[in-house]
Design a binder for this molecule. Sequence first.
Ligand code: HEC
Length: 99
Amino acid sequence: MRKVIWGLALAAFWLAPALAEPDPAEGADIYATNCAICHGDDLRNPGSSFDLKTLQKTERGRFNTSVMEGKGQMPPWRGTLAASDLDALWVYIRANSSD
Ligand code: HEC
């Protein structure tokens, strides 16, 4: 019995980080609800706002700051989006980036 409990504990330990991995599909949903109106469907930029496909993988800090604090015509998302929402958005954007 003790072995089984240890086995389960170990499995939970190894699985938890995998399950916590943000899901690009969730990011796509959050994007469609909050961002697509200005940044375009499927990240296809209509021309007026920033082209999210050009965000580099090194620009996670810039992404967090701009999205949370707002920039230019873009409103701040602090209070609307949680850190986990930003994780999911980032994974979605990176999965569709042009670089
Ligand atoms: C009301 C329209 C609007 C919405 C909605 C919007 N944005 Fe923006 N976004 C803009 C505009 C305009 C800019 C360009 C800002 C500037 O440089 O003056 C921008 C810029 C950005 C940038 C680049 C900022 C930088 O560092 O240069 C990122 C990243 C971004 N938006 C992400 C998002 C995400 C993620 C969402 C959804 C949560 C979102 N935006 C929703 C209009 C919008």
